[in-house]
Design a protein around this ligand. Structure first.
Ligand SMILES: [Ca+2]
Ligand SMILES: [Ca+2]
Length: 556
């Protein structure tokens, strides 16, 4: 079971949907000690979990699952706070955009209030238009029986250089392999988007990647799946080790050649290699941008430097945030975080870029190990990573990094260093290690989201937060932010913040007098009020009377 323990997952089962799996994920025997050491609630709580696990597991103890029960690490997927999520900044609020989605994994904006959302297990690409989930999916794909992390996982849309140019949508999913428990592959397709955003047609297969574990005792997990269009207009995606493929991409010295796992991959929008490739001209080597990646649910480019960053999921320790230069080797399966990999964290071997861990596979001269810019000893299960390329939440957040997680339901906020080649971390995080969950509290920006599966910046410049529980939120200012309109986003309301306090209700929306559009927050209030016309007393107070330290609210 040692091998299984090494490859087991603490966090990336985030997209698992089934109660039997949820229970299995919560705890296992070998990681219970670690669970306690990190001061996560233990004792009677663990006892309850064990009992619940047993109750749920008994009816589902198929051979497929029973062999692997012990492989699972201590892990709890956060549930949303009863009163809804909150953020630290009293000038911001968390607004509900849509609810009732079923295990949504990724989203993309086609326009303001026009969003495509993926449902992991149903295989549906849904359109959320003006906050309403459209009944008929834009597209249905045949996903592999949704064990663990298989499913409809990632989406991106091409930018389109002019309004008349048709846009392409790129979708990553685990395709059904003809029978239960078998996948045809983790596949990246390109679709053509109709001009009215209502159809996706003419699929073209761009990447066909492994989806089945070579180890009959391992799970088919670590499928990655995020998709991103880079500043170079190429398509980027990320994939984990897919049930511990033992190859060079996983830093197994005498392992198999690159096989499309454990990497960040890049192709043109036609699926062709980019230039000569970093690690070779022929597929699949040509597609590798980075390797040594155990699993990831978050990649994004810094809008100022054009450099790629990722989040990575450790086994029972060692979650990471990384700066991903071309040719980046993250070090898995020799090192995770900064610790030698194993069932428990080994000695520190991966904190020095000038003295990288031994026994890594160097692919040519371009494969270069780099230590994480931040690593957690106890796992949080980091997920989406997004740079807020907007000043609409306040100039103090512009171009900062936001990260979601699985285990704690938190949204993290990071400022970058002056050179933007690291994170601006202080006090207990100055060593780039969150030794305890308490240490990383200083970078927690929001709480109570449950598992966050995706983060995007809307055309309105606000931060949208997609959650496993099926609700899409956005973080909005409680009153218009006064900027100079230099954020590159469509500005809606940038001035004329009311000088005196006002109450929004159905009859008294304090819009400015120069024909500005209402902020989305105000729009939402309008909609809420009109939908609930009998309740005109519901409103929010804006403008200069928000007391310090008042927690922001969720507006329903
Ligand atoms: Ca690493
Ligand atoms: Ca520390």
């Amino acid at each position: 079971m040692t091998v299984l323990a090494i490859t087991s997952s603490s966090s990336e089962e985030s997209y698992n949907h089934e109660s039997k799996c949820n229970a299995r994920q919560m705890i296992d025997c070998h990681d219970y000690r670690s669970f306690r050491r990190w001061h996560i609630p233990s004792g009677s709580f663990v006892l309850v979990i064990l009992i619940l696990s047993g109750i749920v597991l008994i009816p589902y103890s198929s051979t497929l699952y029973s062999n692997n029960f012990a492989a699972y690490a201590a892990y709890i997927r956060a549930t949303p706070a009863t009163g809804g999520p909150t953020v630290n900044d009293p000038n911001l609020a968390v607004d509900v955009v849509a609810k009732g989605l079923q295990i949504p994994t990724s989203m993309v904006f086609l326009g303001q209030d026009d969003i495509l959302v993926l449902e992991k297990n149903k295989g549906d690409v849904l359109r959320v238009l003006n906050g309403e989930i459209q009944k008929s999916p834009l597209l249905h794909v045949n996903v592999a029986t949704p064990f663990l992390e298989w499913g409809l996982l990632g989406i991106a849309v091409s930018k389109g250089s002019n309004a008349n140019e048709p846009r392409n949508v790129f979708i990553y999913y685990t395709e059904f392999g003809g029978k239960i428990g078998v996948a045809a592959g983790n596949r990246l397709y390109r679709y053509e988007l109709s001009a009215d955003n209502s159809q996706l047609t003419n699929p073209k297969l761009l990447l066909d990647l492994p989806a089945n574990t070579p180890n009959p005792l391992a799970e088919n997990n670590h499928n990655g799946g995020k998709v991103l269009i880079g500043p170079d207009n190429n398509v980027y995606t990320v994939i984990g080790d897919v049930g511990s493929h033992q190859g060079q991409a996983r830093n197994v010295e005498r392992g198999k050649a690159l096989d499309g796992t454990s990497g960040i991959l890049r192709v043109t929008q036609d699926g062709e290699p980019v230039g000569d490739g970093i690690f070779g001209r022929s597929a699949p080597d040509s597609a590798y941008y980075a390797y040594g990646i155990r699993n990831s649910f978050g990649i994004d480019f810094d809008p100022l430097t054009g450099k790629l960053w990722d989040t990575e999921n450790g086994p029972t320790f060692g979650d990471e945030i990384n700066l991903v230069n071309p040719g980046f080797n993250s070090g898995w399966s020799q090192v995770m975080g900064i610790w030698k990999a194993g069932p428990h964290p080994g000695p520190v071997i991966g904190d020095d870029n000038n003295n990288p861990p031994k026994n890594l596979v160097s692919l040519g001269r371009t494969g270069v190990y780099r230590a994480p810019e931040l690593t957690w000893l106890p796992t949080i299960g980091p997920t989406a990573l997004k740079f807020l390329d907007s000043a609409q939440l306040g100039a103090q957040y512009q171009n900062d990094m936001f990260v979601g997680d699985v285990n704690t339901g938190s949204l993290y906020h990071f400022k970058l260093s002056q050179e933007r080649d690291g994170l601006a971390l202080t006090s207990a995080l100055a060593d780039k290690v969150a030794n305890t969950l308490q240490e990383s509290q200083q970078v927690v920006f929001g709480r109570g989201f449950g598992t966050i599966t995706d983060l995007q910046v809307g055309p309105d410049g606000y931060l949208y937060v997609l959650t496993f529980g099926g609700t899409l939120y956005r973080i909005v200012p409680l009153h218009p932010i006064s900027n100079n309109g230099n954020n590159g986003k469509e500005l809606e309301s940038t001035s004329n913040t009311p000088s005196t306090s006002s109450t929004i209700n159905n009859n008294n929306i304090p819009f400015s007098s120069n024909n500005q559009q209402p902020t989305p927050n105000q729009q939402h209030q309008q909609k809420t009020s009109s939908n609930e016309s009998s309740n005109n007393n519901v409103g929010v107070v804006i403008g200069g009377i928000i007391p310090e330290h008042t927690p922001s609210r969720i507006i329903k």
